[in-house]
Design a protein around this ligand. Sequence first.
Ligand SMILES: [Zn+2]
Length: 327
Amino acid sequence: MKYFTSSLVMSLLALGSMTGISQTHAQTVSSTQQQKQVPGYYQHQFGNLQVTALLDGTNYLNRSQFKSAADQEVSEILQKYYADQAKGIQTSVNAFLVNTGSQLYLVDSGAASCFGDHLGSIYNNLKASGHQPEQVNGVFLTHLHPDHVCGISNNGVANYPNAALHIAKTEYDFWLNPNTVKKLPKDKQAGFLGTVEKIKAALAPYEKAKQIKVFSDKSLAFGGIEFKPSFGHTPGHYSFKLKHEQQELVFIGDIVHSHTIQFDKPETAIEFDIDPKAAVATRLKHFAEYAKDGQTIAAAHLPFPGIGHIYSKDGKSYQWIPVHFTD
Ligand SMILES: [Zn+2]
């Protein structure tokens, strides 16, 4: 060991003199502050389809927003994952671009400015990935929460002027029917109406241009993309599925918000679930299916790029297996 250490030092000294590095000439770094990362896009080949994950930004959740997991258990899970809790429980906001060879589709669109300036990078990351917003033919929205829909527009102007918006009828009606708010408990009404305002503003240029295509339970496919019901988080929440030969890739939307707590304890609901019971039932059913059949998963709120697989050893708890970086 001693020999190894001293020979390593010798090698480094030799390398230093070869490359002209010496203590006197070495440049010092100016700051230890974290620098901005490279643009957030990651390309994943799926058969003859190219899927590009786009990062909107990093978001932090409060642990009290996770429901029905015991506090001690949550602490143990977060410790196991070395989850930095200083700012809260980290999640990512992702969207996905699908290039079919002839069509360009976007699945979800990020939060734009609806949640502050830590999010809202999808539009620029899409351009950084070598695509142009005008090339997007369709936007498929898993649901209408602002972190999925706000990114379609900027101050009343469509970000994707040539795209049709695909939204489930149930989802569209839930948010835009003026009667919905009357059925909610009083303490939820103001928050609901605030969300509706954001949704309406995002949809407005597409409404005006008649570019919204509402799909019903009877027409569950469009252009090679199948629509898979995954209700609970919102009443009209859908996942979207691509097929290549025997393989499937599923854009799961918001059936899960944390790669830590909700994988170890999948029965844990989150505050934003409109029907927590149904959301948990959907997660349990779909996780079991994905762990058994091995679909590739693309998720809106798992660590960027949010592409990977779901594994289970015992059918009760799960593990997120992210894709390995491929250049
Ligand atoms: Zn979301």
